[in-house]
Design a protein. Structure first.
Length: 108
């Protein structure tokens, strides 16, 4: 709606300014709208990619014996719950690294 209004103003004011200044403003508006459209399309593509990756990871978690299937819906956890889970994995990683340093053959 705003674009139509700008075009009408451009048509009314244009003859007095040789269609220069309003024309440049119109082109700037069109560039901004096309940039916003491209951003929306990129965001849609990224959302689809993220969804596909989540589904692939969910399938891998489901297929691994002993995996915690509760981790499938991590994106629905609160920030505090995610922080707690991250700390748990950090402790497990540190424990594993400590075991690997004490027993180099266990790292393989």
């Amino acid at each position: 709606m705003a674009n139509v209004f700008l075009i009408l103003i451009w048509l009314l004011v244009g003859p007095f300014l040789s269609f220069q200044i309003p024309g440049n403003c119109l082109l700037t508006q069109l560039r901004l709208y096309s940039h916003n459209l491209a951003s929306l399309l990129d965001q849609n593509t990224q959302n689809r990619d993220a969804k596909a990756i989540h589904l692939k990871l969910d399938e891998l978690i489901k297929g691994v014996t002993g995996a915690r299937t509760g981790l499938v819906n991590l994106q629905k956890l609160s920030d505090a719950e995610l922080d707690t889970l991250q700390e748990e994995f950090s402790r497990l990683r540190a424990k594993h690294e400590g075991t690997a340093q004490n027993n180099p053959s266990a790292a393989d």
